[in-house]
Design a protein around this ligand. Structure first.
Ligand code: SAM
Ligand code: SF4
Length: 329
């Protein structure tokens, strides 16, 4: 098991497959100038699959989510998924993507064994999409969403980040659209993980504000009163259900106490928290001939030192050196 000194057990593994991306979301990446990881430092497909196997067979991981950067840019993605789907016990396999390219790949990924997708989309308006992501590719994301649903990658979840004076007037519109299409919408509070260190707490659109705006248009009732479990999203039934909406209030209502995550970066570093400032190097261990047992021991030790909380509310909080796109969101 991956257990820490606070008694939390990590069963949910996030694997970043690349730090590269075809969008430049303003809350994540700068327009230009972000250096990519050098290719030789990236884990190969075989190394990714080996680490996932160790996590699943030796360390109790039951869910694996591929992310990035943009994971659909990884040429070997379908092969990695297929090999992970053959593991025993079979982990649940999901993908977080910006949706670009999904229209072409959803069917093959489903066949390879992918169970679900989360597609990130912050606005329904193409001009706003262009301002937010610095790319004119809104239509491709919508096509990707449709393809995901048609391929049976369900429930299709949509992640939205709201930005002050850019799309903070859109939550109700986004929810009406998601309900109409059967997508499960979740709003994520903007976190201090952008490469350009531009996050400002006062500018952030809070969960309370999002809920206020939604409540003006929908009746919201807590889905499971007081039972959030390890799920980061607090969920509400929309107009009595069955549709729901989630809010991930990582900043204003952190869920660290129930966190069940462990993370692997594209260059083979284990991170026990999104906000951790330390990493444990599994790539060097793999490449210097470590056995599965030795790798598992390193991973366990990395988990043990997980801090109780993200430290976001501590005045001494320092943003981690790696941005979200390199950690794997
Ligand atoms: N490129 C893929 C995508 O956008 O879905 C996967 C990686 S992205 C880093 C994963 C998620 O992190 C996305 O839903 C994105 O909106 C979110 N994200 C990125 N930067 C963020 C930030 N500073 N605060 C909150 N969420 C952020
Ligand atoms: Fe790329 Fe995802 Fe970051 Fe947007 S949030 S720049 S799509 S990695």
């Amino acid at each position: 098991m991956l257990i820490d000194t606070h008694g939390r057990i990590a069963t949910d593994l996030r694997v970043s497959l690349t730090d590269r991306c075809n969008l430049r979301c303003t809350y994540c990446m700068p327009e230009e100038g972000l250096a990519w990881l050098a290719r030789p430092r990236l884990l190969t497909d075989d190394e990714v699959v080996r680490l996932v196997r160790i996590a699943v067979t030796d360390l109790g991981v039951t869910q694996v989510r591929f992310t990035g950067g943009e994971p659909l840019l990884r040429p070997g993605l379908a092969g990695i998924v297929a090999r992970c789907a053959e593991l025993t016990p079979r982990p649940e396999l999901s993908l977080t993507t910006n949706g670009i390219g999904l229209a072409r790949t959803a069917g093959a990924l489903r066949e390879a064994g992918l169970d679900r997708v989360n597609v990130s989309l912050d606005t329904l308006r193409p001009d706003r999409f262009k301002a937010l992501t610095r790319r004119d590719r809104h239509r491709e994301v919508l096509a990707g969403l449709t393809a995901a649903r048609e391929a049976g990658l369900e429930p299709v979840k949509v992640n939205s980040v709201l930005m002050r004076e850019i799309n903070d007037d859109e939550p109700a519109e986004l929810l009406a659209w998601a309900v109409r299409h059967g997508y499960h919408l979740r709003f994520i509070e903007q976190m201090p993980l952008d490469a350009q260190h531009g996050w400002q707490r006062e500018q952030m659109v809070t969960a309370a504000e999002i809920l206020r705006k939604l409540a003006a248009c929908f009746s919201l009732t807590p889905e499971r009163r007081g039972q959030r479990g390890s799920a980061p999203a607090e969920r509400w039934l929309v107009d009595g259900g069955p549709a729901t909406v989630g809010v991930i209030a990582s900043v204003t209502r952190p869920f660290c106490r129930a966190c069940d995550r462990t993370r692997l970066t594209a260059d083979g570093q284990v991170r026990n928290c999104l906000f951790a400032r330390e990493e444990t190097d599994l790539r060097t261990a793999l490449r210097s001939g470590a056995s599965d047992k030795e790798v598992a021991a390193l991973w366990r030790a990395a988990t043990l030192g997980k801090k109780a909380g993200s430290g976001l509310d501590d005045p001494s909080f320092l943003q981690p050196p790696r941005p979200m796109s390199a950690i794997g969101g």
